[in-house]
Write a protein that binds this ligand. Structure first.
Ligand SMILES: *Cc1c(COP(=O)(O)O)cnc(C)c1O
Length: 362
């Protein structure tokens, strides 16, 4: 049997079909339809945030929120992330300034942020990774002190709570991805959580060609609207999200039980005051003891797919080669070179988890 590193969760076929049935009567398929409105309302409630704007995908949401805040100059961010974060900054004509990550949870090293601030810095864009969160309280203090915006790439962080509060309520805005492989999905999709009404109005116009009202086009916007079929998938998936996350928690704990004591492997730490979503199960290999490619091949020969995620660092991408040659983020480099994400999805069996772990141990 083949085991992929992830597997999209889906509602029962009939549940989705029932959800989309009325679209054949209304013939209202996109542009803020009933499903779209319903999903936005339900997400505000579930995510514990003030407002949610839906998008075609998470990446466009990130590009557009940068525009809605009218950011320029430099943004401090991390290279240990998916391509999207860095590309969104660069595609807006802004220079990413890379901060290293910390060894505890692989998010931005808050100790180093201040030393990277220049008179061109307009924002900080940290990334919550794997189901762990950034040090939001310290980031908030730094941002206030230097009058910077904070936009989180929260693509991995759907459903996470910190001190009882929705993770999307921290910072000036957060981008969530609803891609098929994420904990919660709308096939493709994404959202911005933000509490600034003015920014939200601009964001709403930006994702629909800049149209503010029928006769008034105030921004050179693009098109990033979520359609009704995507929203209907979200409505269905949201009904099952708690069960989804608790199944992941059981799998996560089984992995930990199996691997905690294994020499040469570091597993994720639980963070204090955080209700996680158990989005991924990364292990960090001790390069003195295990070669990552050997382990990948060993697993693959038994039909199990593990993924180097995130690798390479975005600062090492071919398209940026000449730009960030002097970039110094040694911890991110080390983690990226030795991280391996093991299969993680809600209907992965515990027997399979045990089997994967026994191959690793051997
Ligand atoms: C998935 C992901 C994105 C992009 O989201 P899409 O919905 O696929 O566009 C951005 N950042 C991170 C960290 C991601 O994992």
């Amino acid at each position: 049997m083949e085991v992929q590193v992830t597997r999209s969760s889906m509602p029962e076929y009939k549940e989705y079909i029932d959800e989309i049935k009325e679209l054949w009567d209304t013939r209202w398929l996109t542009n803020n339809g009933v499903k779209h409105k319903q999903l936005e309302r339900e997400l505000v409630e579930y995510m514990g945030v003030k407002n949610v704007k839906l998008f075609t995908n998470g990446h466009l949401a990130l590009e557009y929120i940068i525009q809605a805040f009218d950011l320029k100059g430099e943004i401090i961010t991390v290279p240990f992330t998916f391509a999207s974060t860095t590309h969104a900054i660069v595609r807006n004509g802004i220079r990413p300034v890379f901060c290293d990550v910390n060894e505890d949870n692989y998010t931005i090293d808050v100790e180093q942020i201040e030393s990277l601030i220049s008179d061109k810095t307009t924002a900080i864009m940290p990334v919550h990774v794997y189901g762990n969160i950034c040090n939001v309280e310290v980031i908030d203090k730094i941002a206030k002190k230097y009058n910077l915006k904070v936009i989180y790439d929260a693509a991995h962080a759907f459903g996470i709570k910190f001190k009882g509060q929705g993770i999307g309520s921290y910072g000036d805005a957060s981008m969530f991805s609803f891609h098929a492989t994420k904990v919660f999905h709308t096939i493709e999709g994404g959202a911005i959580a933000c509490s600034d009404k003015k920014v939200l109005n601009k964001l709403e116009a930006l994702k629909n060609f800049g149209i503010e009202s029928e006769d008034s086009i105030s921004f050179a916007g693009g098109n990033a609207k979520m359609n009704e079929f995507q929203a209907a998938m979200g409505i269905c998936n949201l009904r099952h999200i708690e069960k989804e996350i608790s199944k992941r928690e059981i799998i996560f704990k089984r992995y930990i039980e199996n691997l905690r004591e294994v020499q040469g492997i570091k597993v994720l730490n639980n963070q204090k005051d955080v209700k996680s979503n158990y989005a991924y199960f990364p292990i960090i290999l001790d390069e003195q003891l295990v070669t990552r490619d050997n382990l990948i091949n060993e697993l693959e020969s038994r039909g199990i797919k593990a993924r180097k995620y995130f690798y390479p660092l975005t600062s090492n991408f071919k398209c940026y080669e000449s730009l960030f040659k002097d970039n110094k983020t040694p911890i991110a480099e080390k983690i990226s070179n030795n991280v391996l994400c093991l299969p993680m999805y809600s209907d992965l069996s515990l027997e399979m988890v045990d089997k994967i772990c026994s191959i690793i141990k051997r």
